[in-house]
Design a binder for this molecule. Structure first.
Ligand code: FEO
Length: 170
């Protein structure tokens, strides 16, 4: 059995990951309305990944005989006006999620819960990649977003992203 505080944080993270999926779906819808279908595709795939993160947390809790409680998912909170807005909000959000994962890791560390630390190692690495991806998108948009042809090519590049199941299996 996991310690109650660690299990509670993991349970809370299930909700945060589903919220992330909801937020990225909102970003995808924004870009659909803007006619940028590649950006929309990128965030739809991202939303699928976030759902996977939630499902991994659920499975880990259940593998450890912990009860999972699903809470209400908040409405996406960002105001999106400019094409850059989702990219910047997404980067901020990933930094926030990294802090949440580190917080759970820290609680597991304090409890000498090595199993949970090992489980979370994958998420620590994943967060590094997600922050890099989010930051790279901002840089690309800064460089190419004001030029129609370049924006078209960037949109095509993002449209090629395909969903892949997570590399972590439990
Ligand atoms: Fe589940 Fe984008 O972190």
């Amino acid at each position: 059995m996991l310690k109650d505080n660690v299990a509670a944080l993991l349970n809370q993270q299930v909700n945060k990951e589903f919220y992330s999926a909801y937020l990225y779906l909102d970003f995808a819808n924004f870009y659909e309305d803007e006619g940028l279908k590649g950006f929309a595709n990128w965030y739809r795939v991202q939303a699928q990944e976030e759902r996977d993160h939630a499902m991994l947390m659920i499975q880990y809790l259940q593998n450890n005989d912990c009860k999972v409680t699903l809470e209400a998912i908040d409405k996406p909170s960002c105001t999106l006006k400019e094409r850059m807005d989702p990219l910047q909000e997404g980067y901020k959000h990933e930094q926030y999620v990294t802090s949440l994962i580190h917080n759970i890791y820290s609680a597991a560390y304090d409890e000498r819960d090595f199993r949970t630390m090992q489980f979370l190692d994958w998420f620590v690495k994943e967060q590094g990649e997600e922050e890099t991806n989010a930051s790279d998108l901002i840089k690309k948009m800064e460089l190419f977003g004001d030029d129609a042809k370049s924006l078209y090519m960037l949109d095509s590049e993002l449209g090629a992203r395909v969903y892949a199941a997570p590399s972590l299996t439990l």
